[in-house]
Design a protein around this ligand. Structure first.
Ligand SMILES: [Zn+2]
Length: 279
């Protein structure tokens, strides 16, 4: 595993699934006339590991295979197996930050029995409140997963945040909203500066660089504001890590030589391809 040259956390993006069949119209709202709405625009599914000298923070816990395949995506491996690729055991995870409770981010919490679960108050309220009377609004949520969350809540494992919060020195959460009411992003101090794990505040680089939202959102105004907050929190454009973009695996170096589907975000990325910044 590569190490940093100085102080700071090591951060890894770990892919646990993918959907190579995804189309452009599913991933951006604004489509130009003649803009190949049906063009392929594959999606990756990630969890992220933040590793310090004496602490492991896992950002999101992905999904199990049943939930994922039922929704038409390919499940590659359990998130805990992806962690093992970078030399970490699931029992070493001290804290889980759940960026939001959508099905592809909030599953498998039972695989991390020691971890405290960090969530925004607004997110759990949304996912267990009157909005769930609407079939449209509850579609991205998974009932068995939410049941596990309520179990964890009653076991005293859940830590609520309301806005900004600190998980550990150099690891902070920030509520941004937009995609969901309690959507939060994570900022991590690394040797190359502050990296922001944007999760679904920014699915693809293109959502950010062309200000063209991903179609699943609860507030367009908050979504656009969230893009600005993410940009402010990060030390530069190369410090923003989108939640579902296959370019992440292409831009960043492997977490270990020859390792597939795991990259080191604390190391510098290759330049962003021109196609990802075109309006
Ligand atoms: Zn989401």
């Amino acid at each position: 595993m590569p190490d940093t040259d100085g102080p700071g956390y090591r951060v890894f993006a770990l892919r646990y699934g993918a959907n190579p069949r995804r189309r452009r119209y599913e991933n951006v709202i604004h489509l130009q006339p003649g803009g190949c709405h049906d063009a392929a625009m594959p999606m990756d599914f990630f969890v992220w590991a933040v590793v310090g000298a004496d602490r492991v923070v896992l950002v999101d816990t992905g999904s199990g295979p049943g939930t994922m395949t039922a929704r038409g995506h390919d499940h590659h491996r359990a998130p805990r197996a992806a962690l093992a690729d970078v030399g970490l055991d699931a029992t070493e995870v001290d804290d889980v930050v759940t960026t939001h409770l959508h099905w592809d981010h909030a599953g498998t919490i039972g695989d991390f029995p020691r971890a405290r679960l960090h969530i925004q108050r607004a997110e759990l309220a949304h996912a267990t409140g009157p909005a769930m009377c609407s079939p449209f609004l509850r579609r991205p949520y998974d009932r068995p997963q939410l049941t596990h969350w309520l179990g964890a809540l009653h076991e005293g494992r859940v830590v609520f945040h309301d806005g900004d919060g600190e998980i550990a020195p150099g690891v902070t959460v920030h509520r941004v909203g937009g995609h969901t009411p309690g959507m939060q992003v994570v900022r991590v101090a690394t040797a190359r500066g502050n990296v922001v794990l944007a999760s679904d505040a920014v699915h693809y680089y293109e959502n950010l660089t062309t200000e063209n939202p991903f179609p699943v959102l609860v507030s367009t105004i908050d979504y656009i504001e969230a893009l600005k907050i993410v940009a402010r929190l990060a030390d530069g454009p190369d410090h923003i890590v989108p939640g579902h973009d296959p370019l992440v695996l292409r831009r960043f170096p492997p977490a270990a030589p020859g390792l597939d589907g795991a990259v080191a975000l604390h190391l510098s990325p290759a330049p962003l391809p021109e196609a990802a910044v075109r309006a």
